[in-house]
Design a protein around this ligand. Structure first.
Ligand code: AMP
Ligand code: MG
Length: 345
């Protein structure tokens, strides 16, 4: 009798354990959300038992930030600040203003959130497009300049000293949104997920099977081709490129990333700039700024900040530059030019 009960106990234990084993190895289907926000396609991919409500909360967070930051919504906080020209701003706007001001300083002016009069002149973002003459550009540039933003972080008071000044967080807002969505997901105990906000990617943890996420970096000349594939966990990967938004006239391409010095689309020699670092807000701001800088200035900037980020640059002459920290993580069929600290002046 005693031996029989031991046998039954063992059999039950084996059945339970093999059940657990099967559950652990069953391929989990992700919960996804595809939607349009901040003028781009957004995709949320999540795993875990709380993935369904977590995806809803993350989507709601992006839509909340869109309402707050939009340069077109007449009720957005950004537009209201422009109208009033002085206001105490929300915590989100405060973070973005402070971050934009420090990025402007760090990047020698390449990152600039006051360019929207110039963007509009060219017809960005929605057209009709137009190639302006020098006088038009000069007039639009007079309405720009981050020196006209007075910012007091203690009181969160922002004053715009130029009455024509308009704020455009288009070069940083999606990265910030990804970061805030990731914070919402962390609260909901999500450990495996991927946010893709129009090329602004935030990888949460690993894939459910514990392998790294594989992120393809788009080839500027081939819609369905890629420059290579990055294998990453718990990080941000953000790309700015001349193929994202542009028009062509007389065989010349005019794209949406502007050089604040010239008031024209940046002709820096870069076709696409990808930044890899933990914080998605930083990655977004830097991808725009490095695109404006060009390869040499970008490499010198990276040398000074190499603990903070890594990059992949694809240039007009088809060179694929990859900083040394990414070399073990990046697989490409193209020839790679490594960017090493010791090679930069
Ligand atoms: P991204 O795709 O992140 O490089 O952002 C491009 C968007 O940022 C443009 O559509 C503009 O709204 C804005 N932008 C353009 N040029 C600049 C610049 N030099 N600095 C900051 N934002 C910019
Ligand atoms: Mg950007």
């Amino acid at each position: 009798m005693f031996r029989r009960s031991i046998f039954i106990c063992l059999l039950t234990a084996i059945t339970i354990l093999s059940g657990c084993f099967l559950i652990a190895h069953k391929k989990e289907n992700p919960v996804t959300r595809d939607f349009f926000a901040m003028d781009t396609y957004a995709k949320i991919t999540l795993y875990g038992t709380e993935a369904e409500p977590a995806a809803e909360s993350a989507k709601a967070e992006m839509l909340r930030l869109e309402r707050l930051l939009s340069a077109y919504d007449t009720e957005s906080e950004t537009v209201l600040l422009q109208k009033k020209r002085a206001a105490a701003v929300s915590e989100d706007l405060a973070v973005l203003l402070a971050r934009s001001i420090s990025l402007h300083k760090e990047t020698g002016g390449a990152f600039d959130i006051t360019l929207s009069p110039v963007s509009k002149l060219w017809g960005f973002p929605h057209g009709p497009y137009h190639v302006p003459d020098k006088a038009e550009i000069k007039n639009a540039l007079a309405a720009t300049g981050m020196g006209a933003i007075r910012w007091d972080s203690a009181s969160r008071q922002c004053t715009l000293d130029n009455p024509r000044l308009a704020l455009d967080f288009g070069g940083i807002a999606k990265g910030y949104a990804a970061e805030k969505m990731a914070a919402v997901l962390k609260e909901k105990q999500i450990r495996h997920g991927l946010l893709n906000l129009g090329g602004n990617i935030k990888a949460i943890g690993t894939k459910p099977d514990r392998s790294p996420w594989r992120i393809a970096i788009q080839h500027p000349d081939h819609k369905n081709g890629h420059l290579g594939v990055l294998s990453v966990t718990d990080t941000s990967v953000v790309t700015s490129g001349d193929y994202e938004r542009y028009f062509e006239k007389d065989n010349l391409r005019y794209h949406h990333i502007l050089d604040p010095k010239t008031g024209a689309p940046a002709r820096s020699g870069i076709r696409s700039a990808t930044i890899v670092c933990e914080d998605c807000t930083t990655a977004d701001g830097l991808s725009t700024a490095l695109f404006v800088m060009g390869p040499e200035e970008a490499a010198a900037f990276w040398k000074r900040h190499k603990e903070e980020f890594q990059f992949i640059l694809f240039t007009q002459d088809q060179t694929l530059y990859v900083t040394e920290g990414l070399l073990p993580l990046f697989a490409s069929e193209l020839s790679i030019t490594p960017v090493k600290e010791t090679l930069i002046k």
